[in-house]
Design a protein around this ligand. Sequence first.
Ligand SMILES: Nc1ncnc2c1ncn2[C@@H]1O[C@H](COP(=O)(O)OP(=O)(O)OP(=O)(O)O)[C@@H](O)[C@H]1O
Ligand SMILES: [Mg+2]
Length: 460
Amino acid sequence: MTKPLKVIIIDDEKAIVEVTAEALERAGYECIEADSAKTGIKAITECRPDIVITDLVLKDGDGMDVLRHAKQTAPDCEVIVITGFATVESAVQAMQQGALHYLRKPLNLDELRTVVARTAERQKLARDNVALHAQLDQRFGLHGIIGNSPAIRHIFEALRHISPTNATVLVTGESGTGKELVAHAVHNNSHRKRGPFVTLNCTTLPEGLLESELFGHEKGAFTGAIATRKGRFEFADGGTLFLDEIGEISPATQAKLLRVIEERKITRIGSNETIDVDVRLIAATNRNLEKMVGEGLFRDDLFYRLKVVSIHMPPLREHAEDIPLLVDAFLKDLNEEYGKKIESIESEALSALEDYHWLGNVRELRNCLESIVVMNSTDRIGLADIPANIRTASAKTTRESDNLALANNERRLIAAALERADGNREKAARLLGISLRTLYRKLKTLDPARQHLTRTPRSK
Ligand SMILES: Nc1ncnc2c1ncn2[C@@H]1O[C@H](COP(=O)(O)OP(=O)(O)OP(=O)(O)O)[C@@H](O)[C@H]1O
Ligand SMILES: [Mg+2]
């Protein structure tokens, strides 16, 4: 059963509050009564209501203030205002400030019930929508991309905007950050999703073969071309072509690719005939293409054609808060794959994973868990199960960052004391409750350069 919606009713006429509450309670709502602006505002803060019904004219204040407070403290809550004849204009004003409906006095209970039911319905829709989106994003909607950190939510948001268009997408990011997952997500969330998704990894083929893979060839076009073959562009017609490791293609192939993108036509090697293709391109690379353009290794015109929109996948160490979610999801998969029943991971073990720098990003994390799962014969993962190199590296980074944080705090305290003491060190030391010698020592270890700067110059 779903929880009843919470309604706060605010009116200084007690009878109105009581009658309203009774009618709504009978309709299944949970009601909280308040007879002044002050108690109403307090109740809003404490109870996080779904709906607020407030009179606009209250003895101790203005219903508009209640409205503003409600919208601020509980942004999802809806407000219905009650208004007398004289204040219809302020009701309009209230709607402009975010009230959803207004009810006129004297209250008609049928109208009240209808208006509240409509408000509740609207809220339920909004809530289901948010929950659904979050669930879809987290689990499957964006095709296996797991994460709930601001960095990954930003990617989801970008994908929602970019996917439905036909724009060419450039996906960048370090190795193992999920560039290929993103390419699939773009395709699967586009209107081409029923069309083919064709991948070509540009590193695995020598130059001549790469061109023939891309554009196809006619029989006899070169030695070994024993039959006519279609290229990946033709296979991807009506769908998406994903060119992985685009940074690796040669200048000659770059020039040909540029022409295809501009003309939307391909020519098979050894043919004079052009063939129209309807293909959306997604390219990915872990290299810095911009830098390669600067060094003359990548054509700038192709670069700009490819990065009509770009998505940059953050390294895992920049969204380490997603590690628990990733671990959870990977453990579920791996349990199934290896027929294991690992149900939990001890918090020290998880912390070690969270603190590690994961230069190989999500791929490295997944591989690490895979070997842990394979080796494990219990139902939980403890610190001892984490590979030693990860444990020690994590312990070291934690210690280093703790030390750094402490040092920064000391530095701030000392700077503040010196400022208050107008640079007088004896006074600053007194303010800090430490000896002058300690202050000197701290200044030296925390920031030697600065101590040098602030020392009074010796007169010649
Ligand atoms: N956010 C994520 N959620 C779930 N799995 C992820 C995520 N990011 C990466 N992975 C997984 O990590 C592995 C590497 O991802 P992917 O192949 O997409 O990386 P990549 O950026 O293309 O790497 P490379 O540059 O080495 O090709 C895959 O198993 C993928 O499923
Ligand atoms: Mg890849």
